[in-house]
Write a protein that binds this ligand. Structure first.
Ligand code: F6R
Length: 594
């Protein structure tokens, strides 16, 4: 999704913006641009393609500027549709993230007044609107302009005659970096970390004026407000690759630590979370993509541990479902906390009278403002577009939550809870043992790389793990894959099984074990190569062509361990195929459009 960087200060701005945009590359983009203010003039470069293709040497030396990476929503990826945009006079330049719903009517009105537009985007109207409202004060002009906008936006604007940057936020992330003799704005923290770890998270409706030595913020009522400065613990090293070839591999390897951090201090319950205040007779989990799969795993966890009935829904579908006269406690899962579908679902759930809990990885993300309660996953920044450690930590949080609910409702006895706690404490070590098998998985993955279709199968709690395994492979290796409950293949997909259709079968010694062996046997009879992922066992060995053994683990906790093996399968298959693993084509890290 689009990235924004704004800088005003003491350093040559071209390099600052370029570096900041690079740090936001993980969000995905298709074009980029930079505008700088120098000697009462705005100069601009923008282009379809990668940041490195921008001819920044054409820009003058300056210390005020804005930059943008665009992920197309209105108008194709192209040079003309890239940000920043200028007004008619060329004195005002803006970058924008989000979507302006009423841009067509604004454009028509401004056209009637003589404005000429050069792009197909919704964003360009903002520069022209500010021009219309400009009476010598950029912040005032921005304030009047956003009053006319419907939709979501993070807007950052500069004017050729002003030594300041003006910005506005509504439903699109924007963070101020508090520097020393310099100040910054960005859509996410990594872009600020080269300059400062002190940040102010803007809130919906906020307008801000930055100079090199001051930060003034007004809320939607127009009153001046203080937004507290927080020191982010993420160092630049945290946000960089740490010696791994890809962020994704680094993040897969960070999982033991991420699990540990997510459990830390929470095994006896979540501080600051008083669930007793809510009536929790049933639960609805809502999310998208990988977070949706975590929700599906969560259903098994919550029902098993707390005996509370649970259903799971995709955020993009939830809003259109029938309103029933029941108010399930609603949990919204989103690693970024910025996914538009999930935010819309959170709003809808509140409108329906449901109490809501958000589980997210990003401090102060938009989701945290839409829900009644929040739990952070504590995975640390995830840069690779494919979610890995955030999925694992979402599941870990769901174990902890299910235990808290079970103990609260007395549906979980204390001894059982102790067993679960012990198993949770073991998880980081168990995951390390899978990571130690990376070389073996890498070797097997080189065989998978030539496949056109791959099935992932599992049963019960490992059925959604199979779905997640398939999603990851599609996403980063660009191989078509389907995650199926093992018992379902014979109801249709069997027609696709040949010696060229590998099947990755998750086989855990749980209540489905014997049935699963039967399913694998049926597949073996159709000549599909079988890659068994499960506990070391002669039966599976007999039926499978290849095996990845996972360490002994309580079946309820097996998804965490199995999934790490599947992540490595996808990673090494994509690697073998030379894919752009951290930035898969057509995908964005946080999807802020519905
Ligand atoms: C897949 C992936 C996506 C996200 C989905 C929801 O690897 O990352 O499927 O899981 O876009 O994103 P969040 O969790 O940020 O709401």
């Amino acid at each position: 999704m689009c990235g924004i960087v704004g800088y005003i200060g003491k350093t040559a701005v071209r390099e600052v913006i370029l570096k900041g945009l690079e740090r936001l590359e993980y969000r995905g983009y298709d074009s980029a641009g930079i505008a700088v203010k120098d000697d009462d003039k705005i100069s601009l470069v923008k282009k379809k393609g990668r940041i490195e293709e921008l001819s920044v040497e054409d820009l003058p030396e300056s210390t005020i500027g804005i930059g943008h990476t665009r992920w197309a929503t209105h108008g194709k990826p192209s040079d003309k549709n890239a940000h920043p945009f200028l007004d008619c006079s060329g004195d005002i330049s803006i970058v924008h993230n989000g979507i302006i719903d009423n841009f067509v009517s604004i454009k028509e009105r401004l056209r009637d007044k003589g404005h000429e537009f050069n792009s197909d985007t919704d964003s360009e109207v903002i520069a022209h609107l500010i021009e219309e409202n400009y009476r010598g004060d950029l912040v005032e002009a921005l304030r009047s302009s956003v009053k006319e906008l419907e939709g979501s936006y993070a807007i950052v604007a500069i004017h050729s005659e002003k030594n300041e940057i003006a910005a506005a936020r509504n439903q699109s992330p924007l963070v101020v970096g508090v520097g020393d003799g310099e100040n910054l704005l960005a859509s996410d923290v990594p872009a600020l970390l080269d300059h400062t770890q002190d940040v102010k998270y803007l809130q919906d409706g906020d307008i801000v004026r930055l100079t090199s030595g001051s930060i003034d913020i007004w809320d939607r009522t127009g009153g001046e407000v203080e937004r507290i400065t927080k020191t982010v613990e993420w160092s630049i090293e945290d946000a960089e690759k740490g010696g791994y070839e890809h962020y994704m591999l680094k993040e897969i390897h960070e999982q033991p630590q991420a699990i540990h951090d997510s459990i830390l201090g929470r095994l006896k319950g979540f501080e600051d979370l008083d669930l007793k205040r809510y009536r929790i007779d049933s639960i609805r989990l809502i999310a998208c993509g990988t977070s949706f799969h975590a929700g599906l795993v969560g259903k098994y966890i919550i029902e098993e541990i707390s005996s509370i009935p649970c259903m799971v829904e995709m955020a993009s579908e939830y809003r259109y479902s029938s309103r029933l006269s029941e108010y399930p406690f609603t949990i919204l899962l989103s690693q970024s906390g910025e996914t538009a579908d999930t935010l819309a679902a959170a709003k809808e759930a509140s409108l329906r009278g449901c109490k809501t809990l958000g589980i997210t990885n990003v401090l102060d993300s938009s989701l945290t403002r839409e829900v009644d309660e929040v739990i952070y996953t504590q995975a640390g920044p995830e840069i690779g577009v494919a979610a890995t450690k955030t999925f694992t930590t979402q599941i870990v949080v769901l174990y902890l939550l299910a235990m808290e609910l079970g103990l609260m409702k007395k549906t979980l006895d204390v001894d059982k809870a102790d067993n679960y706690r012990n198993e949770l404490r073991r998880l980081p070590r168990l995951v390390e043992r899978i990571l130690d098998r990376s070389d073996q998985i890498k070797e097997l993955s080189s065989e998978l790389a030539s496949a056109k279709d791959i099935f992932f199968i599992g049963r019960n709690i490992n059925y959604p793990v199979a779905m997640e395994g398939a999603l990851k492979l599609k996403e980063i290796a660009y191989i078509h894959a389907a995650g199926y409950p093992a018992g379902e293949l014979k109801h249709g997909p069997f027609a696709l099984l040949t010696e060229e259709t590998p099947v990755i079968a998750i086989c855990i010694k749980d209540k489905t074990y014997q049935k699963m062996l039967g399913n694998i046997g049926e597949i073996a009879a159709r000549d599909s190569p079988i890659y068994g992922v499960g506990i070391e066992d002669k039966e599976i060995q007999k039926l499978s062509d290849h095996n990845i053994y996972i360490p002994e683990v309580m079946p309820l906790f097996s998804p965490v361990v199995v999934n790490v093996a599947l992540q490595l399968f996808s990673y090494y298959t994509a690697y073998e195929l030379g894919r752009e693993i951290d930035k898969p084509r057509n995908l964005a890290k946080s999807v802020t459009v519905e």
